[in-house]
Design a protein around this ligand. Sequence first.
Ligand SMILES: [Zn+2]
Length: 87
Amino acid sequence: MSEKRKYKKRFCKYCEAKVDFMDYKDVGALRFSLSERYKIMPRRLTGNCKRHQDMISTVIKRARAAALVPYTVTRKTVVNAPFENLK
Ligand SMILES: [Zn+2]
């Protein structure tokens, strides 16, 4: 699977949506910044600005601690739709 294709456009989604605050309970919004293995997407792929990337990383770490987002994924979970259980 080519990961580069998916992130062709370089702009901060969160700036466009004018996000000033992120809720760690709003996992649906975090999905955009998580890879298939629930890793935080690097800024060079998502095009997020520094400010929002920092917000995302804290929020995702918080969500992980609250067990809303898994830290790791087993092989089985990856094969099936990765974000199904987040909705
Ligand atoms: Zn931004």
